[in-house]
Design a protein around this ligand. Structure first.
Ligand code: 5AD
Ligand code: SF4
Length: 441
């Protein structure tokens, strides 16, 4: 049996792509190993969203080079967004690589490996698939691993938004949705293998159904469709764009019990001028109104977000607007980043006007504010009962299991007779960061 070592950088989409490659390779006789030294094939699924992600990839490959030198039969592949973006340049920089692939070649991973074996020549395989439809064919037979209680389902790929700072439209191409019937079938399959929670995945899930389907279908209809599948106990989706987030989707939160009370809605900045320069195509007032409407329908909904500080032209007062929207919304958690200029994006043409030191200080400030907001909300859970879908064993000393509540807080649980996949009501005793520590009452 041949062994593959897989490493993933970046977003959930990349994690899903890695899982898919594992599955395709499983059907070609590969089993996943957690030890690089034991591998016949090493794949690194890369990210290019920020410069830091790229640097991490290069330093990882620096560590893999000696393995390849010691064992020329080892196949070394670089896949994902950095592959799509830099192609040949990567082979020049790392001549010990066997191949470079983009995100649209995931399905062809076994072919790529065969090609290296038969030709012994390195190659680049990138570009976007030319098919009109986006389909992820089901593979017959066993699964390499159980999907677990919480499973991701890719509903749309690519992004047509072209925010000026973002490489995704260039690395993942145009939006294309998967047919609802194919999605329902996949979800039924996951449920039959133990999944209880389904997380619909895409760079902009709210744009689902606009392109690539035989018949266009709005995102909220998909939510209602998934809710009818027996055995789906919880439904989530990520990531959303405020401009495509509709009233009907707000109504779905109200109507569908399984649609849990959490929304990840990236704001990026609290300042209208910056939002315009980012080409987010909405104002901060529109964003605020949207959330006000959602909160009036679903009062206990938790909102999380993505924020960039130090975008070109962000003044002190523009930055203060970001602090303001964070306070107003009271995010439960945030992914926070310093702006990183990306080659080929429109914002890269603007002068990177905010000094690195200022970016760092602003980042520290929003991280500190977010900690306070998270702390305040965490405190309000103490002594209360929360419903947790148990996902697996906890690594925190004194706790046995871990899971999430509907609002997507991590929860550690003390309790002996529990098992993964079960939904239990537990009582919160303490809180640390975005994690609640609870005991079975
Ligand atoms: N610099 C910093 N952060 C970025 N993001 C995307 N591109 C950049 C960039 N060039 C962040 C955005 C996005 C998240 C996935 O990554 O906040 O929502
Ligand atoms: Fe990037 Fe904007 Fe698309 Fe999100 S919506 S993937 S930030 S271009």
């Amino acid at each position: 049996m041949k062994q593959v070592y897989l490493d993933t950088f970046g977003c959930q989409m990349n994690v899903a792509d890695t899982d898919r490659m594992e599955l395709v390779l499983f059907h070609s006789g590969y089993r996943r190993t957690l030890e690089k030294e034991d591998a016949d094939l090493i794949l690194v699924n890369t990210c290019s969203i920020r410069e830091k992600a790229e640097q991490k990839t290069f330093s990882l490959f620096g560590g893999l080079k000696p393995l390849k030198m010691a064992n020329p039969d080892l196949i070394l592949g670089l896949t994902g967004c950095l592959g799509q973006q830099d192609g040949e340049k990567l082979l020049k920089r790392m001549p010990y690589l066997d191949f470079v692939m983009g995100p649209d070649q995931v399905e062809g991973i076994a072919q790529a490996v065969d090609r290296v074996r038969t030709t012994s020549k390195s190659f680049v395989w990138t570009g976007f698939d030319q098919e009109k439809v986006y389909s992820i064919p089901e593979l017959p037979g066993d699964l390499p691993k159980s999907p677990g209680p919480s499973a991701f389902v890719n509903i749309i790929k690519g992004c047509d938004k072209f925010c000026t700072f973002c490489v995704v439209p260039f690395t993942r191409g145009r939006e294309k949705s998967r047919e609802p019937e194919e999605l329902y079938e996949e979800i039924r399959h996951l449920v039959s293998h133990g999944a209880k929670e389904i997380i619909l995945l895409g760079q902009n899930v709210n744009s689902y159904g606009k392109r690539g389907l035989k018949k266009p279908m709005p995102f909220h209809e998909l939510l209602y469709g998934v809710a009818e599948i027996p055995g789906v106990q919880r439904l989530r989706f990520t990531t959303s764009h405020p401009n495509d987030f509709t009233r009907e989707t707000i109504r779905a939160y109200r109507d569908l019990d399984i649609l849990v009370n959490h929304l990840h809605l990236p704001v990026q900045s609290g300042n209208n001028q910056v939002l315009r320069a980012m080409r987010r195509d909405h104002t901060i007032e529109e964003y605020r109104d949207l959330l006000a409407e959602l909160k009036s329908e679903v009062p206990d909904i938790a909102i999380s977000t993505d924020i960039i500080v130090g975008f070109p032209g962000e003044t002190d007062s523009a930055f203060a607007d970001t602090l303001k929207i964070m306070q107003e919304v009271g995010y439960s958690s945030s992914f926070m980043f310093a702006y990183s200029p990306r080659p080929g994006t429109p914002a890269n043409e603007l002068p990177d006007s905010v000094p690195e030191e200022t970016k760092k200080q602003r980042l520290q400030k929003i991280i500190a504010l977010q900690s306070q907001l998270t702390e305040q909300q965490g405190q309000s859970y103490i002594g209360k009962n929360v419903e947790v879908l148990i996902e697996g064993r906890s690594s925190k000393p004194g706790y046995t299991f871990k899971g999430r509540n509907p609002q997507y807080w991590n929860v550690n649980i003390q309790g002996d007779t529990l098992q993964a996949g079960e939904t239990v009501t537990v009582q919160v005793e303490t809180v640390s960061g975005h994690t609640l520590n609870a005991t079975t009452p």
